[in-house]
Design a protein around this ligand. Structure first.
Ligand SMILES: [Zn+2]
Ligand SMILES: [Zn+2]
Length: 82
């Protein structure tokens, strides 16, 4: 099985998104902001500070927030297909 790398959509490291740490089977966590992800769980919603902010702003998303959300969604679904 190929090593999966998941990147935090909120944190930037050099010119790319920061790679998240691999935890237990399937779980990833960002050591900087605490964002969690599990590509194996389609309906998992993270409750880190950044995601909460995003959800709170969901009724009135800015252009950048909408792009960020779409990015996250695309990354997760792309990884799920591997
Ligand atoms: Zn992060
Ligand atoms: Zn999060």
């Amino acid at each position: 099985m190929a090593e999966r790398i998941l990147r935090c959509p909120y944190c930037v490291l050099e010119n790319d998104f920061r790679p998240m740490l691999r935890k237990r089977e399937g779980w990833f966590i960002c050591s900087k902001c605490g964002h969690r992800a599990n590509p194996g769980l389609a309906h998992f919603t993270c409750c880190c500070k950044k995601c909460e902010e995003l959800n709170r702003a969901a009724s009135m998303p800015t252009h950048e927030e909408r792009i960020l959300k779409a990015e996250t969604f695309l990354r997760v679904s792309r990884l799920g297909e591997i």
